[in-house]
Design a protein around this ligand. Structure first.
Ligand SMILES: Nc1ncnc2c1ncn2[C@@H]1O[C@H](COP(=O)(O)OP(=O)(O)OP(=O)(O)O)[C@@H](O)[C@H]1O
Length: 500
């Protein structure tokens, strides 16, 4: 703060606004701030971002940023930062420490500003502004919720996976902050961090958190319009809308929502027109005070192939990562999974699996499925020796290169004596369907590819087809020995090819 106030470029007005912010904590170079209302948030984000960021970076001697959440209780909490002037409806808050000189400077500054809404400096009028926010956000009502569904256009589906809830998400040190930010955003869409940007390696729970935000926001505000989309689906939808002359419908689908959840933004890389469209979608939503949540495999700064104006927007709100979970969290995840899927596995087996698979939660779950499926087929108890046998092939420490979808498809086609065209084609014969589903399952388990990417590798199929295949093979493995054996043998072949 002292660095900021001594800066020659900062005006008393800006300082007055900065003083309204309450620090909540510092995390990885991000200072979390709470303010009492949207106007202060908007002002700090748009008018003093550069100055505050520079002062913070200088004070911390590292690159630093800040992220703001709105906490209406702070407005009521006004002293020590504010004093109240007037009473009743005229009541205003002013910066407590403002001297006459400062006020005059402030007024001059305000004249220079020529932005009428900013003349509302620390004037409270919280009720009016809440109304404005409601007006902007939900078309104006007396409570802080969206209007009933019958006053809107028919809603587009939210596209949420019912399994991905906050209740089914295990919190550990690796994801605690991302989880807290996700809850905050769901509880107060566009009032907390906007956008929320979550990044991290594959299989660490980013998609799960996105869906959980959508579910929770819908529970709290039943008519809130939520839309989940993977960036590859966004791309395909955009391309189709252009070729079919339905650009208007496309824009309505993505711009007339209260919460847009966009997964795996890195896949927009290199798709210039789609990126441009997303840029405008983002701006429209942000300007209209709608929440955007984005996930990516990398932080914004490292997203090559994105324009600076796009990357800087990703940095407007809060950036948080998810890390690989520690052993305790992995065990807790397996315990929860075993409970929800009714899979019987004693604690020492869960610990064994958790100790062997550490970098990807999807693999962790896959290992539990295999162990319990094997026990089921053989009518055996799940115990440590069985787990060791089953996971012997799955767990290899010497894997050097990444497995690709082409490898999985090639090996699966060869194993079943099919051509690649057959495997990826449209025939619905039972043998072909099962082989195709096994190949999709193995792509999901052995590669880091997203569902839409896997769908694309199989002749442009939808991601829901891949999800269905994944679920189907998991079930069949526990019911049919032949399927279990085929999946196991194929896994070994693919891994061997990859090693050799
Ligand atoms: N903390 C957690 N608690 C419970 N389950 C989790 C947790 N984190 C991840 N999972 C589960 O792990 C699987 C993979 O997670 P998810 O698909 O969300 O990862 P991701 O980070 O989005 O991966 P990708 O980048 O490949 O899309 C899902 O089944 C998810 O439910």
């Amino acid at each position: 703060m002292s660095t900021l106030e001594s800066s020659p470029d900062i005006t008393p007005r800006q300082i007055a606004f900065v003083r309204l912010a309450r620090p909540l904590g510092l995390l990885d170079g991000t200072l979390l701030l709470a303010v009492g209302n949207d106007l202060t948030k908007d002002y700090l984000e748009s008018r003093v971002r550069g100055e505050v960021t520079a002062a913070l970076s200088a004070a911390l001697d590292r690159e630093a940023r800040f992220a703001i959440t709105v906490d209406p209780e702070l407005a009521e909490d006004a002293p020590p930062a504010l004093r109240v002037v007037g009473s009743g409806a005229d009541q205003r808050h002013e910066p407590y420490s403002q001297s006459r000189d400062e006020r005059e400077a402030d007024e001059a500054d305000a004249r220079r500003d020529a932005r009428p809404d900013l003349s509302l400096v620390p004037d409270d009028g919280q009720d009016d502004r809440d109304d404005q926010v409601r007006e902007r956000r939900y078309g104006g009502r007396n409570d802080d919720r969206p209007p009933p569904a019958n006053r809107r256009m028919p809603a587009e589906p939210a596209r949420l996976n019912p399994k991905y809830l906050f209740e089914t998400f295990v919190i550990g040190s690796s994801n605690r902050f991302a989880h807290a930010a996700a809850v905050a955003v769901a509880e107060a869409p566009a009032k907390a961090y906007n956008p929320l940007f979550i990044y991290g390696d594959s299989g660490l729970g980013k998609t799960h958190l996105l869906h959980a935000i959508g579910h929770y926001a819908q529970n709290l505000y039943p008519s809130v319009r939520v839309r989940y989309v993977n960036s590859e689906e966004f791309t395909n939808d955009f391309i189709n809308s252009i070729s079919e002359g339905k650009a208007g419908a496309f824009q309505r689908r993505y711009r007339e929502v209260d919460v847009l959840l966009i997964d795996d933004i890195q896949f927009l890389q290199g798709k210039e027109q789609t990126m441009e469209e997303f840029f405008h979608t983002f701006n429209t939503l942000h300007n209209a005070n709608k929440q955007v949540v984005i996930t990516s495999d990398l932080p914004p700064k490292q997203l090559n192939g994105f324009e600076d104006r796009m990357r800087s927007r990703f940095e407007w709100g809060l950036i948080t990562d998810v890390q690989p979970p520690d052993l305790e969290t992995r065990i807790a995840i397996l315990r929860k999974k075993a409970g929800s899927e009714r899979l019987q596995a004693p604690p020492d087996v869960l610990e064994y699996i958790a100790s062997k698979i550490s970098t990807n939660i999807r693999e962790l779950e896959g290992a539990l499925i295999r162990v319990t499926a094997f026990a089921n087929l053989n009518r055996q108890q799940v115990d440590l020796s069985l787990a060791e046998i089953v996971l012997k092939d799955l767990i290899t420490d010497d894997q050097t290169t990444e497995i690709t979808a082409t490898q999985v498809i090639g090996q699966t086609a060869a194993y079943f004596g099919l051509s690649i065209d057959d495997l990826c084609g449209s025939s619905r014969s039972r043998v072909l369907v099962t082989a195709r589903q096994i190949a999709m399952y193995l792509c999901r388990e052995l590669t880091d590819l997203s569902l839409p990417k896997i769908g694309q590798a199989f002749g442009g199929r939808d991601h829901t087809t891949v999800m269905h295949a994944n679920r189907k093979i998991r079930e069949l493995m526990a019911e049919r020995r032949s399927i279990y054996n085929q999946v196991t043998e194929l896994t070994n072949r693919i891994k061997q090819q990859n090693r050799g």
